[in-house]
Design a protein around this ligand. Structure first.
Ligand SMILES: Nc1ncnc2c1ncn2[C@@H]1O[C@H](COP(=O)(O)OP(=O)(O)OP(=O)(O)O)[C@@H](O)[C@H]1O
Ligand SMILES: Nc1ncnc2c1ncn2[C@@H]1O[C@H](COP(=O)(O)OP(=O)(O)OP(=O)(O)O)[C@@H](O)[C@H]1O
Ligand SMILES: [Mg+2]
Ligand SMILES: [Mg+2]
Lengths: 226, 226
């Protein structure tokens, strides 16, 4: 499903920053992968490239056999919207849009009937425990509540792959565990989960751990007995 | 130093939200306190009131014997700027200002000479391991790097009390431990540290843990053997 070959990402600047320094791996459909590593090691940069939100400086990235180099921005957006859910490290909620409408965003161009969109969004918010905040705005929510809205938005259209960047970073362990249970359920149903985390209890739920350091993969192990 | 008596905070709305439902405690100078609790339990709301960034709906809050009700916004800002450092859960860095200038902000009205301001800001950034990012802008940094800039800004003018809301939320355990070492050092020098965290290893560094649930204190214990 996902194939990365020698991916590099260099941010320009007076002193260029090498965020990814040649990364290669394959992720099959249905896997549950955790990406771990120190702050600044390139995790979010790699997630954005995998989720078609950014292009590598060099190297090959293929999603279902299609290389990112051969797709224009419209095609990337269409595949991303249909197949991928993304939880950003900084949530990226629309500030002037209610919680319910934020979660409906991925459904806007799906062709699904509006009542059905409304039902799906409410169901996703129920799953993350936020049914009592549907008509609030993001700046009226706590940090962890905003994070949970971002998670509801990422799962609302049942995408085949979910990229979650630090989904439990602002949550207490009980709320964090609830989120991990949701991701585990989705994985049991066949969805591919790719998770960045620095929390041990979150990484331990994955079946495979890819470890980054200074923009390179230093370890990539199947974790037994999950 | 800090005295709270029956503090309540109710956010208005179609359905008003009771964020704090009568909170009372005393914190003496030089303490190291962790505030823990589930997502939405009122931790950030309480931190903002303690740091003079918001007023309670009712109840008494005193800092060094002065009640927040008797101080106008200018007086609050002056005390806050002189005595308090604040690490926000959402960092709150100025996007169009370099990392170095973001950290200098608390020094702008301190009357300290500009070369000295520059030296203090560089020293704070060195402490959090970001000397290689002085002239970058916040949106060029990773999540954890932005968090560390926010921490450097909170400690730069050696405030007598530091309020840190989830300071390790986006950091791997090694970077997170470095931050806790900085806070522990400051506490050894007599600075008061008040920390919100949902991470066990962070709460365990404190000498006292206040536990919030649904806007109330359900536990307040001195933790032995620190
Ligand atoms: N500006 C606001 N308007 C309305 N309600 C608010 C506002 N800010 C916070 N709240 C509500 O008040 C409650 C407490 O919020 P607070 O941010 O203090 O929680 P918290 O303990 O810091 O949570 P987290 O761990 O998720 O950051 C939450 O239920 C939240 O929805
Ligand atoms: N837009 C940008 N311009 C320049 N440098 C950048 C940019 N975004 C990220 N970087 C740099 O690239 C490196 C990798 O960043 P990235 O966000 O991928 O790290 P990360 O592993 O997600 O870190 P964290 O755990 O702190 O979120 C960092 O050193 C960062 O400073
Ligand atoms: Mg990141
Ligand atoms: Mg909070």
């Amino acid at each position: 499903m996902i194939e990365a070959k020698d991916i590099k990402k260099i941010y320009p600047g007076i002193v260029p920053t090498v965020a990814l320094d040649g990364v290669s791996f394959v992720i099959k459909e249905g896997e549950f992968v955790a990406i771990v590593g120190p702050s600044g090691s390139g995790k979010s940069t790699l997630m954005h490239i995998m989720g078609f939100l950014d292009r590598p400086t060099s190297g090959v990235y293929k999603f279902r056999g299609k290389s990112i180099d051969e797709l224009d921005d419209d095609q990337l957006a269409r595949i991303r919207n249909k197949e991928m859910g993304f939880v950003f490290q900084s949530f990226n909620l629309l500030p002037r849009t209610t919680v319910l409408d934020n979660v409906k965003l991925p459904l806007l161009y799906s062709g699904i009937a509006r009542e059905q969109q409304d039902r799906m969004a409410r169901e996703a918010l129920e799953k993350v425990g936020l049914s009592h905040r549907l008509f609030h705005y993001p700046n009226q929510l706590s940090g962890g509540e905003q994070q949970r809205v971002a998670i509801a938005r990422a799962i609302v259209n049942h995408p085949s792959v979910i990229f979650a960047d630090e989904p439990t970073g602002n949550l207490d362990s009980k709320s964090g565990q609830q989120i991990m249970d949701i991701l585990q359920n989705l994985n049991d149903q066949g969805h591919t989960i790719i998770l960045v985390t620095h929390e041990k209890y979150t990484a331990q739920m994955a079946k495979r751990i890819i470890q980054l350091k200074d923009g390179r993969i230093v370890d990539d192990q199947i974790v037994a007995c999950r």
